[in-house]
Design a protein around this ligand. Structure first.
Ligand SMILES: Cc1cc2nc3c(=O)[nH]c(=O)nc-3n(C[C@H](O)[C@H](O)[C@H](O)COP(=O)(O)OP(=O)(O)OC[C@H]3O[C@@H](n4cnc5c(N)ncnc54)[C@H](O)[C@@H]3O)c2cc1C
Length: 304
């Protein structure tokens, strides 16, 4: 069988795309390797009707909703390869199963690379986060550390300042703060520490201390660390999809990429702001893009 659409990735983008396509009576295969980027967090915020939901619960609700639609098949697995064919695409899983698709939606999300600092992963998703819109409320008015090696440090400080004014900016050994920025930050009472960080310390995920290479330390209860983002898979690149300057797959307002028949949704296209509700909306619009194109193509065939 040739599926109308195969969706690769079952985060909010892929799940919402499957819902909209299933309801549009399109045969849809959703393949997901179940490695969501937000798995480390206990609660997700900012999605109306789902504020505070656990990531696993969010997915369980979505799976239950999708199970109502016989048009949608959900497969646990990892897509290991894909290629173009005369009638569309062939997708192959790591287990060697092959599926044919008329259209493809890439919804594989992003991966994050953080500075290699001892203890970081004990606190990530519990008291250290990467996005103030997701977790700033829970850290409001606490003594926070901001760790960034990026020259967007001032932007990060300005954003987080809204949630807490008790901030220490750490550049982990990188000289990224100009004299003018240093003057502005001092004026706001924000200390800048450029010394490399040796470790994050605390108990049961609650940060208590940031220790520096020279042995000194500061007491902090939480904070934000800037990651570098990259694509989870190279599928977009392999297929020849155009990318933007941030590495996201370029799409039009219906999720169409520069390659005919290939659509992209969620973090893989948006990069920032990276939010569940935005990813879900992206999934919806790429599904509408797929359905619109299938409808037009079928209509033209009938006219022959
Ligand atoms: C710690 C943390 C906390 C966050 N908190 C919030 C929050 O509170 N509120 C909020 O709005 N946003 C939050 N986010 C951001 C949010 O999680 C993302 O924006 C959102 O998950 C993106 O959805 P997506 O569907 O694009 O990608 P993802 O959710 O990353 O899903 C991608 C899926 O694709 C699958 N996949 C990848 N490669 C393959 C392959 N080859 N074959 C098959 N499947 C594949 C993965 O297993 C994964 O399930 C948080 C992120 C992190 C890291």
């Amino acid at each position: 069988m040739v599926y109308d659409c195969v969706i690769i990735g079952g985060g909010p983008a892929g799940l919402n795309a499957a819902l909209v396509l299933g309801r549009a009576r399109r045969s849809t295969l959703l393949i997901d390797s179940s490695k969501p980027r937000n798995a480390v967090t206990h609660a997700s915020h900012g999605f109306i009707t789902r504020d505070g939901v656990k990531p696993a619960e969010f997915r369980a609700i979505a799976h239950e909703e999708l199970s109502q639609y016989p048009t949608v098949r959900r497969l646990e697995g990892e897509v290991a390869g894909l290629s173009s064919t005369e009638s569309g695409f062939q997708v192959e899983t790591a287990e060697g199963e092959k599926f044919a698709a008329g259209k493809l939606i890439l919804a594989t999300g992003l991966k994050e690379t953080f500075p290699a600092i001892e203890g970081f992963h004990d606190f990530y998703g519990k008291s250290l986060f990467n996005c103030p819109y997701c977790d700033g409320w829970e850290l409001k008015d606490k003594p926070l550390v901001l760790v960034t090696e990026s020259n967007r440090a001032l932007h990060m400080v300005k954003t987080v300042y809204n949630w807490s004014r008790d901030l220490v900016l750490c550049t982990n050994g990188h000289s990224i703060i100009t004299d003018e920025q240093q003057r502005v930050l001092s004026g706001k009472g924000i200390r800048v520490i450029t010394e490399p960080i040796a470790a994050f310390l605390g108990e049961e995920g609650r940060l208590a201390e940031v220790r520096f290479a020279g042995g000194s330390s500061i007491a902090r209860e939480g904070g934000f660390v800037t990651p570098q983002f990259s694509q989870t898979t190279s599928f977009g690149e392999q297929l020849g999809c155009e990318r933007n300057e941030m590495g996201g797959i370029v799409t039009d307002s219906f999720g169409r990429t520069s390659v005919k028949g290939v659509y992209a949704a969620g973090d893989t296209a948006v990069i920032t702001p990276s939010q569940l509700i935005i990813a879900a909306a992206e999934g919806s619009r790429s599904a509408i893009g797929v359905n619109t194109d299938l409808t037009e193509e079928a209509w033209e065939d009938l006219a022959l």
